[in-house]
Design a protein around this ligand. Sequence first.
Ligand SMILES: Nc1ncnc2c1ncn2[C@@H]1O[C@H](COP(=O)(O)OP(=O)(O)OP(=O)(O)O)[C@@H](O)[C@H]1O
Ligand SMILES: [Mg+2]
Length: 187
Amino acid sequence: MVIAELKALIAEKKLTIKMIGNEIDTSVTCDKERIMQVIHNLLSNAIKFSPPDSVITIAFSYTTIEDKSGARKQLINKQSAIRVDVKDEGIGVPINELETIFDQFVQSSKTNTGAGGTGLGLAICKEIIEGHKGVIKAHSIFGQGTTISFSLPLQTQTSTAYTEQDSEDNFTENSDHKRTDTSNNSL
Ligand SMILES: Nc1ncnc2c1ncn2[C@@H]1O[C@H](COP(=O)(O)OP(=O)(O)OP(=O)(O)O)[C@@H](O)[C@H]1O
Ligand SMILES: [Mg+2]
């Protein structure tokens, strides 16, 4: 569904979308609409910053998330999670900007031409993923493409932090969370 929406842009740039690991069971308890919004934002960035005739890879795998935020940061809680990588062969992001691009209205020094985009997409992705107790990170070698990866815990969690932290935002509909599938069937 996400890909269908972006189809015209993909065709225009003659991009190839490659899926890896989409056969794995990616069922997680999440707000499906929000997670699809994350994938849509990441894919639309990848398309926007990719050169013509290049490849965008969406890879699914299993990983673990280490939560060190327990009391006195001593309790390290390792959780099984699924990981989604959206990798492109575009301009890349300088190493010192890999964290700031997740801030609101921040665009990388290599792409902040003022053309297109408000610098909100990744900030929204971060809110959504962290609201699900997940992690989102950017990796890039400048000039050689960018990979944005997010991980979502496999286990169901009732997250009080989620509602408290995000109560001012639109993420209060915890009742909407349902077991869903982020695999290619939904893309
Ligand atoms: N795949 C990528 N390749 C290179 N730079 C990227 C990539 N993804 C994000 N960036 C950089 O991070 C910035 C922030 O991305 P973000 O999605 O938050 O905003 P945007 O795409 O500029 O605007 P919006 O998403 O609000 O339309 C981008 O403007 C760009 O500079
Ligand atoms: Mg964007």
